[in-house]
Design a protein around this ligand. Structure first.
Ligand SMILES: *Cc1c(COP(=O)(O)O)cnc(C)c1O
Length: 404
């Protein structure tokens, strides 16, 4: 069925003349790859989150790879993480020839259940890789304590969490201010701020930061920028295996503008999320996301949970028929073909909550340009779709039963 109304996408980056002008300025400067714009973006990002060091990367997946490598994750090691995440979380572990060890998520949220982490620790465990899923901070306090108790570094997959905050010793602090050992961010267009593709590593550890800078640029002992600016001839060395994981100055120039927009983008997303919560609370059988009192989400994604008998795909289709785009909730990495092979992963606990979250949650549209009328339209369309459950249209068939 076609709709005369405009379509509502699930997400939309906020990009305008300022970003276009920033790219134009970089192009005309003649220096387009990692250089002065990257350096400026790094120091502005470090100041924003409150981290001593910030190192820009080509994306968050490469950031995760170097973070794991920096803390010494190598062949045969184990890294405790969640299956309920974007596949890149676990892929980065496998780039180190290590094994992702999955534990389940909390009963009342979409983040790692800290009470399951210790059961997963073995003599091979080398790190804990937690995820601030959908922008909602995970229980970092509990996770960092477990890490300390077992001398395990904590790496934060903060891909979705730029601008999210956590209450720490009575103060609201940005995700990325070092609480764990290293935090990794993404600037993919589905995240709250974007550079097309891009990533950032933050840490308090100067040695990690030095390694990131070396490895992201082929292991080269001097950067292009230093060689270019030198009055003396410099020959570089390559003492270690490196990668090309650089961010370009074109991307960084966009990132600097996006970072200036970020506080207002997060404030607007929080207002919209409040409107969703208020309106959705009147729909029976639907669970709306909750924010712990120690967390402030940037609402990178707004995820609702359908009751078990409702067919997720049918609800999503009913919304799409009305011009409203949604996504199913977070995937389960262990269910993908790439993780079916021997040794590709280990499940340390039941993953029933992760599986049921994938099958029963729907990500609703949320982007800063949305109006209250858009929110109202999404909610009313969802209400009508779920009312269709009474007629059996969006009810699960028995063979689609959700595992307990
Ligand atoms: C988006 C995302 C990534 C990957 O980020 P890229 O910048 O696209 O590499 C990793 N982890 C999580 C949880 C994500 O949502």
């Amino acid at each position: 069925m076609s709709s005369p109304q405009s379509t509502i996408p699930v997400a939309k980056p906020v990009l305008g003349e300022e970003e276009a002008e920033a790219v134009r300025r970089v192009i005309l400067s003649g220096w387009v790859t990692q250089g002065p714009e990257v350096a400026a973006f790094e120091s502005e990002f470090a100041a924003f989150v409150g981290a001593p060091h910030a190192c820009a990367m080509s994306n968050c997946t490469t950031a995760l790879h170097l973070a794991l490598k920096a803390v010494g994750v190598g062949a045969g090691d184990e890294v405790i993480t969640v299956s309920h995440s974007f596949i890149a979380t676990a892929n980065a572990v496998r780039y180190c020839d290590a094994v992702p060890v999955f534990v389940d998520i909390e009963a009342d949220g979409y983040n790692i259940d800290p009470s399951l982490i210790e059961t997963a620790i073995t003599p091979r465990t080398k790190a804990i890789l937690c995820v601030h899923q959908l922008g909602m901070p995970c229980d970092l306090r509990a996770i960092v304590e477990i890490g300390k108790r077992h001398s395990l570094p904590v790496i934060e997959d903060a891909a979705c969490a730029t601008g999210s905050e956590i209450l720490w010793d009575g103060r609201w602090e940005k995700i990325g201010k070092p609480h764990g050992d290293i935090a990794c961010f993404s600037f993919h267009p589905r995240k709250v701020v974007t550079t097309g593709d891009g990533g950032m590593l933050t840490t308090a550890n100067a040695e990690y930061d030095r390694k990131f800078r070396l490895w992201r640029q082929h292991g080269m002992s001097v950067t292009d920028a230093v060689r270019h600016g030198s009055k003396q001839v410099i020959f570089e060395d390559y003492d270690e295996l490196g990668y090309n994981y650089r961010m370009t100055d074109l991307q960084a120039a966009v990132g600097r503008v996006q970072l200036r927009r970020l506080p207002e983008l997060v404030a607007q997303r929080r207002r919209l999320a409040d409107q969703y919560c208020e309106r959705l609370s009147t729909i029976p059988g639907l669970s709306i996301p909750t924010e712990p009192d120690w967390a402030r989400s940037n609402w990178q994604s707004f995820c609702v949970r359908l009751s078990d008998e409702i067919d997720q795909r049918a609800v999503m289709q009913a919304l799409l028929d009305q011009g409203i785009s949604t996504r199913r909730g977070v995937m389960n990495i262990h269910l993908e073909g790439a993780y079916s092979g021997q040794g590709s992963h280990r499940a340390a606990t039941s993953l029933a909550r992760s599986i049921s979250a994938q099958q029963q949650t729907v990500i609703l549209p949320l982007y800063a340009q949305m109006t209250e009328a858009d929110i109202a339209r999404v909610v009313e369309t969802l209400r009508q779709a779920l009312a269709g459950a009474g007629t059996g249209r969006v009810v699960r068939q028995p063979e689609q039963a959700v595992p307990a």
